[in-house]
Design a protein around this ligand. Sequence first.
Ligand code: CA
Length: 312
Amino acid sequence: MRKRVGSILGAVAALVLTLGAASPAAAQTGYTQTRYPIVLCHGMAGFDRLFGVLDYWYAIPSDLRSGGARVFVTQVSSFNSTEARGEQLLSQVKQIIALTGAAKVNLIGHSHGGLDVRYVAAARPDLVASVSTIGSPHKGADLATFLRGHLTPNGFDETVLSMFANSLGVVLGLLSGSTNPQDSVAALNALSASGMAQFNSRYPQGVPTSSCGNGASSVNGVRYYSWSGTSKITNIFDVSDAPLALSSLVYSESNDGLVGRCSSHLGTVIYDSYGMNHLDEVNQLLGLVNIFETNPKSVIRAHANRLKNAGL
Ligand code: CA
């Protein structure tokens, strides 16, 4: 009996060793070993690391690093205008370039972060090899447009909303050790359809001219890519699914709970209908995603390989 238990344990140990060997093998092949560093840029109410344990890009940086990528995670104001966030991001990009000695970076932004990276690429295309956006509202987020339309400018509703959102941003900022200024009403304006129309007229790089097509694949030497999901309830254990299902009700097109399918299009559209909601796209919460869909870590890993193969 003891011998039998021993052999079972031996078999389990061998299996663990086999599984464990997958990571070094991936590192050897350099699957995600891009020429330029990868910079991950968070969305609204973002945080690079909350309590030191909850990563916004949950388990994604380590996954990319195991394949040979150099990865940096930036942090900007949780709620603010895209220009304000973009300026904060630009100074961090300059620091990363100084630190690594790399000539450029590959920027990947989620949600509002996908607009920040567009700002940086428009301001300093010489520092950017590629822009990739995940679930970003390039033509506006219907929820922001809806809220904007139902708030009286400088009225009671807006005061209450900005108090709530400003304090949320400040709390997240304090927890993650940041003191960036917060401005929720500016963020709401930035993400509405009219705010995005203004932004796109100033920074048109990669934006589709048609309502739901591809944009230019390369502008000023910068490659542009995008993808998004169109699901809401994807994992019964994830408490963030229900709010996303609720917010999706104000949308007229298929969406990920916060951003419409066509609004997410920028540059080369890799795929716009993953079975993912807005938080699944960055493997949240805590890796609770749709088990019947490609894992978001795999999608981002494959994209890093795409950048590598493009010489970026
Ligand atoms: Ca989820």
